[in-house]
Ligand binder design. Sequence first.
Ligand code: HEM
Length: 507
Amino acid sequence: MRISCVLTAAFSLLSIGQGVLGVPGPSPGPNLVGRQTRTTPLLAVFPGQDTLPTLADIINLNATNGTFLPLQNIQGDIFVGMKKQLETFYFFHINDATSFKTALKSYVPTITSTATLLSPASSQPLAFVNIAFSSSGLKELGITDNLGDQQFSSGMYADATNLGDSLSNWKSTYAGTDIHGVFLMGTDQTSYITSYLSDIESTFGSSITQLDRIDAAARPGSEAGHEHFGFLDGISNPAISGFSMNVLPGQAIVPPGIILIGRPGDATIRPPWTLDGTFMAFRRLQQKVPEFNKWTLDNAIQNEAKTLTVQQGADYLSARMFGRWKSGAPTDLSPEVDDPTLGADPQRNNNFDFSHLGSLLISDQSKCPFSAHIRKTNPRADLGDLNTINHAIRAGTPYGPEVSSSESSSNTTTQDRGLAFVEYQSNIGNGFRFQQINWANTANFPPLKTVTPGIEPIVGQGSPRTAEGLDPANQSKGYTIPQFVIPTGGEYFFMPSISALTSKIAA
Ligand code: HEM
């Protein structure tokens, strides 16, 4: 019954918004720039990441395997968001629900779908815009339906201490439930962001007030695609059956309902209008980069041949904290030296699962510590391939300036920088929250090891922050690791389908 409702709803969306399935019309965009079109695609492809499929590819895939996702109705950041040069988050408070709804109705054609982002460059807008609402935002709009997610209903501030955050580090804007919604804008030129922002402000006028704005951006030059500690990001996201064309070797495949509400894999019964929406966990994560660099230098480790300089030993230690080298090469495949060719090759850079013939999964940390960031947040063979429910899609972007020479020489952060972290999932408790609390913050995860793995050294929270296994030559050596990533705010949002914006949110 439920599935047939889902399919009926899905097929009835074929002609929504931006044209018939497969042929999205150009997105109108702001008045100022609406008639301009692009000659190059809006999204970037960073090294190590797979190229995007085209819309035509996906339609062919769906025709052959009988799956169907109405990509023209699914907001664009969800499946392809890890590929932005520039991203602005505009957090707002709704002052007047009635005038907000009127403005939203007129603005819906500008909200960018997945289909639009996969269409030829000439059909893409200058920037994409997506929108999501907090639980308090939905209430403000008179929507009191239970969306079936406890964490979403209570908001992230109420959950912050469970996540391990120190509330004193939270910016006051996020401390509470004042944030009602967020616009996400992504593009490749600052002037487009400026135009889209002014269009939002003129369309929504005094119905909203901006509470915070984060201008995030890929880092410059060869650091593009790397987060502020220097590590290539966005390499491993799950493939979605019915969406992902070429599953990469080693990549997890999850049913669409792990990410999208109401699709196979989402077992929770929720209001029908939430179909094809998703929950967005947003975290404002400050990174103490000079302090991280100093600590890894002070604790530099050695290889077996004892040939490393102090800097190389620091790079070796930090690679083991992440489970990947700065180039993205996994330590599980290249344990002692970085291998940039491996890091840049999507056919190989995910093709590992921490198990090796002749070594014991329960005790061998020689290639990758049990506590490493990518092992804690995606344990692969430690849990077995059947574990699909704890996956989520990451789509964050770094914010803040590059480290200055004075910060570098004083080993002290004086300018705010970090990661505007975003994860999409249909169930916050299974996705982001599980990864943070049950895995990163839990010292005896992964389970059934011969030693206690310890807390995840990058984002794990707890006191003391101790981990073992970081030094391959002395695996029982315990480290007490300062906190280099400080959560300074965040919120749980619901990102509806594009049709639900008109039929429910603005109704
Ligand atoms: C400032 C904070 C963070 C930094 C600097 C960071 C950095 C990275 C890097 C460099 C990778 C490897 C590249 C890749 O596999 O795509 C990665 C992977 C990942 N991170 Fe983070 N991350 C941060 C926060 C988080 C948080 C808060 C979570 C969830 C609680 C998380 C979950 C993941 C997951 C699931 C993966 C993919 C693991 C895999 O599939 O192999 N990250 N992160």
